[in-house]
Write a protein that binds this ligand. Structure first.
Ligand SMILES: Cc1cc2nc3c(=O)[nH]c(=O)nc-3n(C[C@H](O)[C@H](O)[C@H](O)COP(=O)(O)O)c2cc1C
Length: 206
């Protein structure tokens, strides 16, 4: 057994990253498109991601500063154009999603790099991925920045203003997990599938 008191035991950021990514998993993946002020589109996946509010509807995801303490293109773009589209790729687009994690030059378009078609998303000026089964058009609420050191988080709180959902997956009440086939990010290059679900009944609220 190991216990670490972070005030006293120096754990490197790399070690903390590996403890987080190996134990806080599987993580959902936000596949986020943004654009810069000149109109260049950008697309990248982020698994530090979740719902943070339903009413108002707000999603949170966190692009870290890179190993040199530099902001990723997604944050640079949100500082220029405060809008994004958060897609849920599902297993069907996992290769394309992974391809968009490549570190391209600022201004280079991952839609083109991954061979993805763009379509307009209502309510925002940022394009969405044409084949994505679920997508949320968002306006930036705020970015909480945790410093300027390497791997510092930048928590993006994005309010949903429009929703795209494939009618084959959504009956107006439930999203079909078999249809969406959402995937989870584990540590390193590992992913989990969601085709072995099980049911746990909630306790009655009394
Ligand atoms: C599945 C997956 C999840 C990722 N999650 C994160 C994350 O939560 N935070 C982060 O900083 N980088 C994450 N990355 C790495 C970024 O996608 C990568 O640095 C990308 O180049 C950032 O793109 P950008 O510079 O266009 O914003 C992830 C990569 C993959 C493949």
């Amino acid at each position: 057994m190991s216990d670490y008191l972070l005030e006293e035991d120096t754990l490197s950021p790399g070690k903390i990253y590996r403890l987080f990514s190996g134990s806080i998993c599987p993580r959902p993946i936000a596949w986020v498109s943004t654009r810069d002020a000149r109109g260049n589109a950008n697309l990248a996946p982020f698994s530090f991601f979740n719902v943070v509010s339903v009413n108002p509807p707000v999603l949170g995801f966190s692009p870290l500063l890179d190993g040199e303490g530099q902001a990723k293109d997604t944050i640079r773009n949100l500082d220029e154009v405060p809008e994004c589209v958060v897609h849920i790729s599902g297993e069907g687009l996992v290769e394309e999603m992974n391809a968009t994690s490549a570190g391209l030059e600022h201004g280079d378009d991952e839609f083109v790099h991954a061979g993805l078609e763009k379509v307009a998303m209502p309510g925002v000026s940022v394009p969405r991925v044409a084949g994505a089964p679920v997508a949320f058009g968002c306006r930036l609420r705020e970015i909480i920045r945790f410093g300027d050191q390497p791997l510092a988080g930048n928590l993006v709180l994005a309010e949903v203003v429009s929703i795209h959902v494939d009618d084959a997956l959504w009956d107006g009440r439930h999203v079909s997990a078999e249809g969406l086939r959402p995937i989870g990010r584990m540590a390193g290059n590992d992913y989990s599938r969601t085709d072995d679900l099980f049911v746990v009944e909630r306790p009655s609220s009394g």
